[in-house]
Design a protein around this ligand. Sequence first.
Ligand code: ATP
Ligand code: MG
Length: 272
Amino acid sequence: MATLTAPAIRVQGVTKAFKDLQVLRGVDFEVERGSIFALLGSNGAGKTTLVRILSTLLKADGGAATVQGFDVASAPNDVRDAISLTGQFAAVDEILTGRENLVLVAKLRHLKDPGAVADDLLARFSLTDAGGRRAGTYSGGMRRRLDIAMSLIGNPPVIFLDEPTTGLDPQARIEVWDTVKELANGGTTVLLTTQYLDEAEQLADRIAILHEGTIIQNGTLAELKRLLPQAKVEYVEKQPSLEEVFLALVGPSAASAPEPVEGPDTTKEAVK
Ligand SMILES: Nc1ncnc2c1ncn2[C@@H]1O[C@H](COP(=O)(O)OP(=O)(O)OP(=O)(O)O)[C@@H](O)[C@H]1O
Ligand SMILES: [Mg+2]
């Protein structure tokens, strides 16, 4: 059956204009099942527009796209059953508690035991203690985590994350990154958009660059790096990055935070 063998996402010649503004001029790419695909582009490049087309919120003018083998234009309901979307702006209800937000989505998805689903996700996203508090009182990172948790309800095979870490501090970003990696390890296909090169570098199996309406490059990180002239080896004094200093001072709350540094690291090392 086509739906079992097709790539998780296939985009062919997709075009979209808003009046005179031609945003997408023929976008092509494929995303393998179970992989993390990063769509990189500057403000206004059309990332959100493309995500809205793939999640059936917006119709393309031309071209075709499938998700899990289903055509977004002719089988939107099948596509919707297969995806979840975490939009660029957190979609949590601020009046409800974190737990109530999760229960609400679980009910909307007609799951059997919404309370248990909510409690599971709260634990998985380190929100158990905050679960009874109004989401309006959450920090940006907590809100993002809750938002992603909400999008996982019902275990959709494909998830779209539109700029999942914009506006988050370095610790919260690492927490979100860990969550995304965990999802992909569990077999979920993730398409994320980002303006951050380091985010794509950290997470993505493949990276595509959307620029002036088309994908100008698409490859693994190693392939993209090979596009630049051969690296020259030179010796430099390696200073810790501001992010490393920040994480060292604030404490290694996230599992993947680097060890605290005890002062400027002046080890000489070769860099590319
Ligand atoms: N509904 C709409 N009506 C008119 N213009 C729109 C609409 N949606 C998007 N645009 C325009 O299309 C272009 C692409 O917008 P889009 O939101 O897809 O960019 P983006 O890559 O997601 O940018 P950002 O990184 O800022 O989120 C922008 O110039 C935007 O103003
Ligand atoms: Mg956007």
